[in-house]
Design a protein around this ligand. Structure first.
Ligand code: ZN
Length: 243
């Protein structure tokens, strides 16, 4: 059977979005899962999302929220709402769930595909890649032809030709041979590109076909969970606008 990969990340404890994405993966005949990290943070279902990702048995790389929830580090780098949810999430999880998060590597290569949450230019620092210059710094470290990432919550393609890096809007795309690609798959649980629908990507190596998926999900249900947990209202509101 030919491989069909689903690459998903920045789930951020959004169970309603994750369930819709996994239904879409099944409907599309996905054979393998890869996760670009940030299973937890921002939304109200960390335990359920950890359980589902664990049950997939797939490679997962360390996101900044996974890292800070499970390492008890100082949260001065985070905005106050994000930090509040990290502290809340720490209290929801048992030791075993925390050690699952702690087990994620910063970079993972599987079947010729690299995964990193942010950028391979110092992945432990979780820098953001928003333009071709930041992507260029990443490409000096990318060995495989394809690397998937997340972190900005904005789907995007960066293409490296011999001497230049180009930024290409996320679109269904047959990847030419002989170039390198650094592909942001967007966010399942908190999109920030102005489109509130859950995002992930499908990669079919035999056809070299990349598809970006966007799916409606029950945003009001996710918002109700945030409110019921007493988490910041702003985190519920932003789901409606995809920012
Ligand atoms: Zn994230």
């Amino acid at each position: 059977m030919q491989k069909k990969f689903a690459i998903l990340g920045d789930i951020h404890s959004n169970l309603d979005a994750l369930n819709v994405v996994l239904d879409d993966c099944r409907a599309n005949g996905v054979t393998d899962f890869l996760c670009t990290g940030d299973v937890v943070g921002y939304n109200a279902c960390p335990r359920e999302c950890i359980e589902i990702i664990r049950s997939l048995g797939c490679p997962v790389v360390m996101g900044n929220h996974d890292h800070y929830v499970s390492s008890w580090q100082n949260l001065s780098d985070f905005n106050p709402a994000a930090a509040e949810v990290i502290k809340w999430t720490r209290k929801q999880l048992n030791d075993e769930e925390l050690s699952f998060l702690r087990s994620f590597p910063f970079v993972s290569t599987n079947m010729g595909i690299t995964l990193v949450h942010s950028t391979m230019d110092c992945p432990e620092s979780f820098g953001y890649v928003f333009d071709h210059l930041q992507a260029e710094a990443h490409f000096t470290h990318q060995v495989t032809p394809i690397c998937f990432h997340g972190h900005t919550h904005c789907p995007m393609i960066y293409e490296k030709q011999v001497s230049a890096v180009y930024r290409i809007d996320a679109q269904d795309f047959k990847l030419p041979l002989g170039r390198k690609y650094f592909i942001n798959v967007g966010s399942v649980g908190q999109p920030r590109d102005g489109d509130p629908r859950a995002a992930y990507a499908i990669w079919e190596p035999a056809e070299r076909m990349l598809s970006f998926r966007r799916l409606d999900y029950d945003i009001e249900a996710a918002q109700a969970r945030i409110r019921a947990a007493g988490l910041p209202e702003r985190l519920a509101e932003r789901l409606s606008v995809g920012r």
